[in-house]
Design a protein around this ligand. Structure first.
Ligand SMILES: *Cc1c(COP(=O)(O)O)cnc(C)c1O
Length: 399
């Protein structure tokens, strides 16, 4: 035992220990619940854990309904279908985001309109949303139309990135004025609040992700949450192959095999039990980094609006090359040499070759954030000395 401990301590102080960016933390009832699935043979798409997991997430978000899906991306695709997105519709979506919500729009045959980030909290800029709707659109036969493309503008997909909320009130007001549906991409921000309201329960319908690197994980998985009963029923129907008759296998719609398995849901139930503790840990990691980097010239710590209680899913800093003396990619490389895994933010979607030719509103802010940003290790299970090691590696640059 003792030699074991010593070996562990040695490993920790040596630079050969790898510190990952953000990995799952399995420390609760995961084994027990998964074993229960295996023992009872309820391993597939039906079982009590699926229902329980749906109820737990919906209750946490404060919504009436939760519908599990095989991934966050599948949840987004399904949410868009039930919200009435049709081929050739346009949806406004954050440019500074992981690509999944734009892809989901494409799966519906729609087209993204990429909205720039605002510089303070890095989220979808409500002023850019207003600018597009007020200046670039017109009403035509009861439909809001993009003047440049002639296509119907159907909705808005605000992406609450990195565990922080989008400033939703102005976007909700614009959606009311222009009769647009809002599909919140809350996949990165389970547990964050906006003006005291839960992210995922701010508009019509929302999605969470339980991918391996998210706030909680089911290995892979997602959830649609909404107060709309008809939409929830439709979502369940579409994610389970749109089966209208269990015996005769009659289908009135094209469905999808987007079900989450009972095993995954079992993991999810155990993870949900620990979510409050996870969020607390994420916030304390963020606080430690922020206190350490506030005094480092050339670094901007992760912002938090006073109207948001963020969960700091991925703790991210901005690096000002001129002042800090290294740019974000040089710092990334130097940290990698010390076996510290850091990561830049996503290529802004208006720059993505996969979306060449798409309509974009601004993009300069997203570009600048993409150049400067670096996400740092912030797994729920990260050890104090690992945080210390990361902080020292970043602070000692100037000495
Ligand atoms: C993770 C993520 C998703 C969904 O991801 P899945 O891997 O499909 O669960 C969707 N949108 C954003 C912004 C994400 O970060």
């Amino acid at each position: 035992m003792e030699s074991n401990l010593n070996a562990k301590a040695e490993l920790k102080s040596s630079p050969t220990k790898f510190i990952p960016l953000c990995v799952p933390h399995i420390a609760g009832n995961e084994w027990e619940y998964v074993k229960d699935c295996l023992d009872t043979s309820w391993v597939s798409s039906v079982g009590t854990y699926v229902n329980r997991f749906e109820r737990m997430v919906a209750d946490f978000a404060g919504t009436e309904y939760g519908v599990a899906a095989v991934s966050g991306t599948a949840a987004l695709h399904t949410a868009m279908m039930v919200a009435g997105v049709e081929p050739d519709d346009e949806l406004l979506v954050s440019s500074l985001s992981f690509i999944a919500p734009a892809n989901a729009i494409k799966y519906c045959g729609g087209h993204p309109v990429f909205i720039d980030a605002e510089p303070n909290y890095w989220q979808m800029d409500p002023n850019r949303v207003a600018e597009f709707l007020n200046n670039d659109c017109r009403w035509s036969e009861g439909q809001l139309q993009n003047k440049a493309t002639g296509r119907t503008v159907k909705g808005i997909v605000p992406v609450h990135i990195l565990g922080h909320a989008v400033d939703m009130d102005p976007i909700l007001e614009l959606a009311r004025k222009y009769e647009l549906v809002i599909i919140e991409d809350a996949t990165e921000s389970l547990g964050a609040t906006y003006k005291g309201r839960m992210v995922g329960h701010l508009a019509d319908i929302a999605c969470f992700s339980f991918n391996g690197n998210k706030v909680i994980t089911t290995g892979g998985g997602g959830m649609i949450v909404t107060d709309n009963e008809a939409w929830a029923k439709r979502a369940k129907y579409l994610t389970t192959q749109a089966k209208d008759n269990e015996v005769e296998y009659i289908h009135h719609s094209i469905g999808y095999n987007y079900r989450l398995t009972n095993i995954q849901a079992a993991l999810g139930c155990a993870q949900m039990e620990q979510l409050p503790a996870y969020i607390e840990k994420k916030r304390s990691i963020a606080q430690r980094y922020t206190e350490a980097f506030d005094s480092v010239d050339g670094l901007t710590t992760m912002p938090g609006a006073e109207w948001c209680d963020a969960v700091f899913w991925l703790y991210t800093i901005l690096v000002d090359e001129k002042v800090y003396g290294e740019n974000s990619r040089e710092l990334l490389k130097r940290l990698a040499d010390s076996k510290i895994q850091a990561r830049p933010l996503w290529q802004p979607l208006h720059r993505s070759p996969a979306y060449a030719g798409s309509f974009a509103v601004g993009g300069e802010v997203a570009d600048k954030l993409n150049q400067m940003a670096l996400s740092l290790p912030c797994s729920v299970g990260i050890e104090d000395e690992d945080i210390h090691f990361v902080i020292e590696a970043i602070k000692t640059r100037h000495e």
